[in-house]
Design a protein around this ligand. Structure first.
Ligand SMILES: [Fe+2]
Length: 387
């Protein structure tokens, strides 16, 4: 049960508190081993079914830089990146995620990763030569939530393309910003990630304390990954940052001009959570890619944790625009360490879509305005079917 009296209601309509107001009744035991010191989300290994079609999407349309490629794989990076890649596209039979990869501070942190996950009883594999090109000694695990996590330190350095304005496009993707994972039990996931050294920056709850999503960080931004409540383990999206809002609008204009507007799933818009400007795309296999800009600094130890009411219809879109149902229901499979899809376990807690959309759900723009919506507004798509 979450006691909102322990939180402060801000003038913006959400709550803040000093400690993450999330408690699990089904905890994963905290290992005695020291966790690896994670620097940041670094890259995702994505299995795609049509490498040529994916190359058009990620290289020709979105403008990621090719570090290396062959007939089986393409290694891509964003403008400001100096490590070998932020995204690996690997050809395979089933569209899925093979690894969520984090960079750790030192080579010794890989020993810590092995100890930490071995103590958790997880499957752990270490490859001194790396599992992919451009990356050295690496540890891959199936974590307690069923996700394929990777940790590495050594990587080939490549040129940072920031100064190559001659190559930049209007929708330039400058950094990998975060992952987003779908998992049935968000409080359980949060507690394990806190043991791994992550901190909560924002979450979505109801008054009874059901947690629908939580955002967690190592680098000093809103997140390196988020845990979204739903059937999982699945990958909800991978996100790249742009410098400015206009870069995101330029991507939309380009997709329209290419007659690829069907790649746009949701947005552009302004998030309530994270305050970032956003756009959600679907790649040729349906993998969801977010483009995002201008969240905020979170690096101080007493950074306030933000809690949004699940019925606040500005939490996922600050302008109150609808969240399309596919955004709630669709996500990518994740693979085990042998390349087989992980089984998906259903969420048993309330679903955010069910409690906020349609006849069974409700939401508000102003919490004190119950029944204030005029009749003509009630049938309107925007508010009548909105979160
Ligand atoms: Fe995101």
């Amino acid at each position: 049960m979450t006691n909102r009296e322990d939180m402060t209601l801000t003038s913006s309509g959400f709550f803040v508190s000093q400690e993450a107001p999330i408690v699990t009744d089904n905890p994963i035991a905290t290992p005695a081993a020291t966790p690896p010191d994670v620097l940041r989300c670094a890259y995702m290994e994505l299995v795609v079914t049509d490498l040529a079609a994916s190359r058009v999407f990620y290289v020709d349309v979105l403008g990621l830089y090719v570090t290396q490629e062959n007939e089986e794989s393409i290694y891509l990076r964003s403008t400001e990146e100096f490590i070998h890649h932020n995204l690996v596209l690997r050809k395979g039979p089933i569209a899925a995620v093979a690894a969520f990869s984090y960079r750790v501070r030192t080579p010794e942190d890989l020993d810590r990763a092995v100890e930490f996950y071995t103590e958790l009883g997880c499957e752990v594999r270490r490859n001194r030569d790396g599992f992919v090109e451009g990356i050295g000694d690496s540890v891959r695990v199936i974590d307690p939530l069923g996700f394929p996590y990777e940790f590495f330190h050594q990587t080939d350095h490549v040129e940072r393309m920031s100064w190559r304005y001659d190559l930049h496009i209007p929708g330039e993707l400058v950094r990998l910003d975060h992952f987003n994972q779908v998992t049935p039990d968000v409080p359980r996931a949060v507690k394990y990630m806190q043991d791994l050294g992550f901190r909560v920056t924002e979450d979505i709850q109801d008054e009874e304390g059901t947690v629908y999503a939580a955002w967690m960080r190592r680098k000093p931004t809103v997140h390196d990954t988020a845990m979204t409540g739903g059937d999982g383990p699945r990958m909800h999206h991978v996100c790249f940052a742009t410098h400015e809002k206009h870069n995101i609008l330029a991507i939309c204009d380009k997709l329209g001009a290419l007659r690829r507007s069907d790649a746009i799933e949701r947005g552009p818009g302004r998030h309530g959570v994270s305050n970032a400007f956003y756009l959600y795309l679907r790649d040729p296999d349906g993998h969801r890619v977010e483009v995002y800009t201008q969240d905020y600094y979170t690096g101080d130890p007493d950074n306030p944790v933000i809690t949004w009411d699940v019925h606040d219809n500005q939490r996922r879109d600050w302008w109150g625009n609808p969240v399309v149902p596919s955004w709630y229901t669709d996500a990518s499979l994740v693979l085990d360490l042998d390349g087989n899809p992980q089984p998906v376990i259903a969420r048993t807690d309330s679903s955010e879509m069910a409690v906020t959309i349609g006849a069974d759900g409700f939401s508000y723009t102003r919490p004190t305005d119950e029944d204030a919506m005029p009749e003509w507004k009630q049938g309107e798509y925007k508010l009548g079917h909105q979160l």
